[in-house]
Design a protein around this ligand. Structure first.
Ligand code: GRF
Length: 204
């Protein structure tokens, strides 16, 4: 069974959507470990409530980003994790981590990438005046919110939308597509070719 390690910095609602999808039997996988770079993150609490191992790793005690990432790698290896799921992890991974887990790290971003990477993606979309916003699950590479795209969902912008109302509707789609992307991975249906993801048909 696919062993997942989750990296999260905050509220962890995407983590919860994956846990729920496993509990309902929709996704055959196990979250082995949740790591946070923020002490007291809600995501750690969610892991504890679920009996999942959780670990706070303080980036400030390491003198380089790579050393901090090595501490994460050590923990992930201890739990023999196959796939790393970034769920609101507010750090850009260095090439050191990304190369170690090439095409084994997923991220979710609340925009239709490559539009609006970085912080406040929903506000960026509103400020630009796009009519369709959305979210993207992709394999993470060294860039900020870049890497081969796995699934996207479109969310129409409505008259009078604020950052909050749009973010809420996008989040609902995030909770739908992230477990789907992990499921495709668990079924070994994702192939990366020339920087693009090919979704393979179900094996019969
Ligand atoms: C989500 O909007 C995700 O797309 C972005 O950060 C937010 C995390 O939310 N990367 P949560 O911690 O999963 O609730």
């Amino acid at each position: 069974m696919l062993k997942i390690g989750v990296l999260a910095s905050g509220r962890g609602s995407n983590l919860q959507s994956i846990i729920d999808s496993i509990e309902s039997g929709e996704l055959e996988a196990k979250v082995e470990l949740v790591i946070s770079d923020k002490e007291g993150a809600k995501a750690l609490e969610r892991a504890n409530n679920q009996g999942i191992a959780s670990k706070y790793i303080n980036p400030k005690i390491y003198d380089s980003k790579e050393k901090f990432e090595q501490a994460m790698i050590d923990a992930l290896e201890e739990y023999e994790v196959d796939l790393i799921v970034m769920a609101g992890f507010m750090r850009i991974l260095t090439p050191y981590f990304v190369r170690h887990y090439k095409n084994r790290v997923m991220n979710i971003h609340p925009s239709l990438l490559p539009s609006f990477p970085g912080l406040h993606a929903q506000k960026q979309a509103l400020d630009y005046g796009v009519k369709v916003a959305g979210c993207t699950v992709h394999f993470a590479d060294e860039g900020m919110d870049t890497g081969p795209i796995i699934i996207q969902a479109a969310v129409p912008v409505q008259e009078g939308d604020t950052e909050e109302t749009l973010a809420k509707r996008i989040l609902k789609e995030e909770h739908r597509i992230y477990p789907q992307a992990v499921k495709l991975y668990a079924q070994d249906r994702l192939e990366v070719k020339d920087g693009k993801v090919i979704v393979k048909a179900v094996k019969s």
